[in-house]
Design a binder for this molecule. Structure first.
Ligand code: NDP
Ligand code: MG
Length: 381
């Protein structure tokens, strides 16, 4: 188990759950980061006494520096701060739980600094692709999945190393708040309706991604990159109860699954304690109490984000960064009331179809594609 953590995005849904896990396991937390929620970050500083706290927003960073001047915690702003948090000498595991592709550079920096990485921040792997997996491989560090589906697959693969006998990965999807709805019924859905996820309590961006099923599209790409599997060998099945977190199938058609109540503290803790397991405060699973598990085909026509992500994965190059960047922008504009729900999928599809694709050689190439995708969306609002 890694005992020295740096937690990026510590004020978010995954970040706060990570700190609960860290406290129960008596781990040391050396760095904490937020975008702007300095009230919560200050509480976390007083609770965990980290060496470094980073606030992406510069003005808020100055305010926090004043507020915690009685502590030994150094406060830094911006991307430089995030990179310092990701490369701190004292930490041996960087848990990246920031939202969005702002996590890309810190993740690569962490790998280069020989830190193991527990990754919740899926946008990084979707946008950065090979650049991330190569940095991980060439520096001999571990990239441990926090996302529940990918943790499930990772757990199923323990003792069954991925080899030629592995036929496919099967990602489960809750279907989100709009499962079974038609395009017509989705025309006028509100932000409040989209933010009402049936099974999971998560940050706003991923909750909207679950409603559009972009989240599952991003997860197909994430799985392809984490487990080196082609998109054609990754299936999605809608499983409304979110009890089976994902499955793997071998060529003899034996299928293995990982189950548990929907609580992110299980995959968070496993990423931290891997390969060991420790008791957890998460409730036991009672299958008899649940009674019934249901499964359905996903609707690739109504939820076009899902289809576009598969296409982008097959295209390769920066196509996945374009899909991700367009979605980050459209998701945010929808939450601000400036786009309609179905326009998110239309804009993601449009960006992937019209922005020229190329093979990224550097992180800058990925950042440029991301910017072009965001511009594509803002030009059409
Ligand atoms: P939240 O929105 O709850 O938290 C995001 C965190 O990142 C916060 O600490 C936030 O700071 C920080 N942050 C936001 N924007 C920036 C920025 N531009 N620069 C630096 N820091 C920033 O998100 P979640 O915890 O829900 O999700 C985090 C990641 O984990 C996402 O990639 C998501 O897809 C993934 N994930 C989440 C799951 C969940 O259950 N929540 C499940 C599986 C994956 P502040 O608080 O100051 O805004
Ligand atoms: Mg997930």
């Amino acid at each position: 188990m890694k005992h020295h953590l740096s937690v990026l995005g510590s004020t978010g849904s995954i970040g706060t759950q990570t700190l609960d896990v860290a406290e129960k396991l008596h781990l040391q937390v050396h760095a904490l980061t937020a975008h702007s929620n300095i009230a919560l970050l200050e509480q976390q500083i007083r609770r965990f006494k980290p060496e470094l706290a980073v606030v992406f927003d510069e003005e808020k960073a100055s305010q926090l520096r004043l507020a915690v001047r009685d502590t030994a915690t150094k406060v830094l702003p911006g991307m430089d701060g995030l990179i310092e948090a990701a490369t701190l000498d004292s930490a041996d595991l960087v848990l990246n739980a920031v939202v969005g592709m702002v996590g890309l550079q810190p993740t690569i920096a962490a790998a280069q600094a020989k830190k193991d990485i527990a990754l919740a921040n899926k946008e990084t792997l979707v946008a950065g692709g090979d650049l991330v997996t190569r940095a991980v491989r060439s520096n001999g560090v571990r990239l441990l999945p926090v996302d529940s589906e990918h943790s499930a697959i990772f757990q199923c693969l323990q003792g069954n190393p991925p080899n030629k006998a592995l036929k496919k990965l099967i990602l489960t999807a809750s279907g989100g708040p709009f499962f079974g709805k038609t395009t017509d019924e989705l025309k006028n859905v509100t932000v409040e309706q989209a933010l009402h996820h049936p099974n999971w309590s998560m940050g706003a961006k991923i909750t909207i991604d679950s409603a559009t099923m972009m989240n599952k599209g991003l997860e197909i790409i994430e799985a392809a990159r984490l487990f080196d599997v082609s998109g054609e060998d990754i299936d999605v099945v809608v499983h409304r109860e979110s009890i089976i977190h994902s499955l793997i199938e071998y060529n003899d058609h034996s299928v293995m699954a990982q189950l548990g109540v929907p609580d992110m503290r299980i995959p968070i803790q496993y990423a931290i304690t891997y390969p060991e397991r420790y008791p957890s405060p998460v409730a036991e699973l009672s299958l008899a109490q649940i009674g019934r598990l249901t499964f359905f085909e996903p609707d690739y026509d109504t939820f076009q984000c899902l289809r576009v992500c598969k296409q982008a994965l097959a295209m390769g190059g920066v196509a996945t960064a374009i899909a991700n960047g367009a979605n980050e922008e459209a998701n945010m504009l929808f939450r601000k009331g400036r786009l309609r729900f179905l326009e998110i999928g239309e804009l993601v599809a449009g960006a992937v179809a019209s922005i020229p694709n190329q093979t990224p050689k550097t992180v800058e190439d990925v950042l440029t594609a991301d910017q072009m995708a965001r511009q594509y969306v803002t030009d059409r609002v």
